[in-house]
Design a protein around this ligand. Structure first.
Ligand code: P6P
Length: 336
């Protein structure tokens, strides 16, 4: 890599690119907290094998899922790093039952939702995992937050992104003006701009869904998946890729095109993925990259959650592929 024009995340945030960004300095400061949390989490993951951090913590979270030691480390890192920016009004974490307050005198203007370590069930076998975050401006005018600050329409987000702890550690984010990817250079401990204005193909050739759930799918999902797997009319069947770690599957979809799906089915009537800290932040990224993200009928960013851990179906990726999925859903809805 040429070291003549290193654009670090910090330089990028404070560059002329963002001279018109609302709350520019506060956002740049907030992103310092996000990247610090990602660096701490990245370090813990890379050292897990040496420090017996793999394995279970012996407790379960609000979703009755076994909590991994690294889940706790990542969750604590995000809470500490974000509070210390003094830019946060309140937070929602996948690991916590209720809204997380910020100590008196440390309160700021942003509401942050995050999944500190998504896909952690894959950690022990060294599959890539990630962190996901979304940022909304607070609504309450006084110092006490309420549910109206966090039960927000996805489209009200002002920033979102994810860290992917894979063969390289990347931070992919949007501030509402395109998608940018930063790769962690461990030699200097900085996230370096490596992917400017990331865009997704209009049409892909890869579908990503857990086919182990196919017996539970509704007719529209069955019909759509059968259609893209077929070679009728001489068309090339889509390839199947499914990692089971949302950040990895969505990142691949962003770079290679295609569609990632976690539908509602008879086993998970609302789907599995949570709106505030998985679906909405990644939907913002995909839309900013020129793709689509839908619950099968409505754009995910146009949804408003009823509770902080609400789940919803999600189909995201190349706009052609998601639009075709929505067509199958409409046809099935008309049939039934
Ligand atoms: P399944 C990981 O546990 C996760 O929350 C997402 O990262 C991932 O997309 C999904 O669940 C995988 O779920 O049911 O296919 O194992």
């Amino acid at each position: 890599m040429s070291h003549t024009n290193l654009i670090t995340l910090n330089r990028w945030l404070l560059s002329e690119t963002h001279k018109d960004l609302a709350h520019r300095l506060e956002m740049a400061n907030l992103m310092q907290g996000i990247q610090l949390a990602c660096k701490i989490t990245n370090n813990a993951i890379k050292r897990a094998g040496f420090e017996q951090l793999f394995g279970l913590a012996g407790i379960t979270n609000v979703h009755s899922e076994d909590v991994k030691k690294l889940d706790i480390i990542a969750n604590d890192a995000f809470k500490m790093a974000l509070k210390s920016t003094r830019e946060v009004f309140c937070m929602v974490s996948e690991e916590e039952d209720s809204i997380i307050p910020v100590p008196e005198g440390q309160s700021g203007n942003f509401v942050i939702t995050f999944d500190p370590l998504d896909g952690s069930s894959n950690l022990d076998c060294n599959v890539s995992v990630g962190s996901i975050f979304g940022v909304w401006p607070k609504i309450s005018s006084d110092k006490n937050f309420s549910e109206k600050d966090v039960l927000r329409k996805g489209r009200d987000m002002i920033a979102s992104g994810y860290a992917l702890y894979g063969s390289a550690t990347m931070l992919v984010l949007t501030l509402g003006n395109g998608v940018f990817g930063f790769t962690l250079d461990n030699t200097v401990g900085e996230f370096i701009l490596t992917h400017s204005h990331m865009t997704i193909k209009h049409k892909g050739q890869i579908y990503s869904i857990n086919e182990g759930n196919s017996v539970y799918w509704d007719k529209s999902t069955q019909n759509y998946v059968n259609h893209i797997k077929s070679n009728e009319g001489g068309k090339t069947p889509y390839s199947s890729r499914y990692i089971g770690s949302m950040v990895s599957d969505v990142h691949r979809t962003l770079l290679y095109g295609g569609i990632f799906m976690y539908p509602a089915d008879s086993k998970s009537p609302q789907g599995k993925l949570r709106f505030l800290y998985e679906v909405a932040p990644l939907s913002f990224i995909v839309e900013q990259a020129g793709g689509k993200s839908s619950d099968g009928k409505t754009a995910c960013l146009d949804l408003v959650p009823k509770n902080i851990h609400q789940r919803n179906p999600v189909f995201m990726g190349s706009s052609h592929d998601v639009s075709l999925l929505e067509k199958f859903h409409a046809e099935h809805t008309n049939e039934s």
